[in-house]
Design a protein around this ligand. Structure first.
Ligand code: CU
Length: 117
């Protein structure tokens, strides 16, 4: 769910292979790479529901990588965030779900990234 007429930045990270984040009606897609963060900023200007999918043949479940993006009013967006909070759904996804463990000598993090922290 995204708020209409507000700048949105989507940070894209891959935890396994290369994917491509594609919202079809937005006429744009952005690749997601392992160990290299990517981002996409835009301002959705029309309320509605838009289909998205992975646009990179990424593996056995590629055809199941479908999602919907709902662009809603500011009020509806605020109410949605509040409902998530009430359900205890706050914060970001952490590295706890990271399945990538093939960087040499690490537990799934890029060594150059670790040096920056
Ligand atoms: Cu895919």
């Amino acid at each position: 769910m995204l708020p209409v007429d507000k700048k949105v930045t989507i940070n894209l990270q891959s935890r396994d292979v290369i994917h491509s984040f594609w919202i079809i009606d937005f006429l744009y897609k952005k690749d997601m790479f392992i160990g290299r963060d990517n981002s996409w900023s835009f301002i959705p200007t029309r309320e509605g529901e838009y289909q998205g999918k992975c646009a990179e043949l990424c593996g056995e479940y590629h055809s199941m990588m479908l999602f919907n993006v709902k662009v809603v009013s500011q009020d509806e967006y605020a109410a949605y965030l509040e409902s998530l909070k009430e359900q205890g759904n706050t914060g970001d996804i952490t590295d706890a779900y990271d399945r990538l463990s093939n960087y040499p000598g690490t537990t799934g993090k890029n060594e150059s990234e670790e040096g920056e922290k």
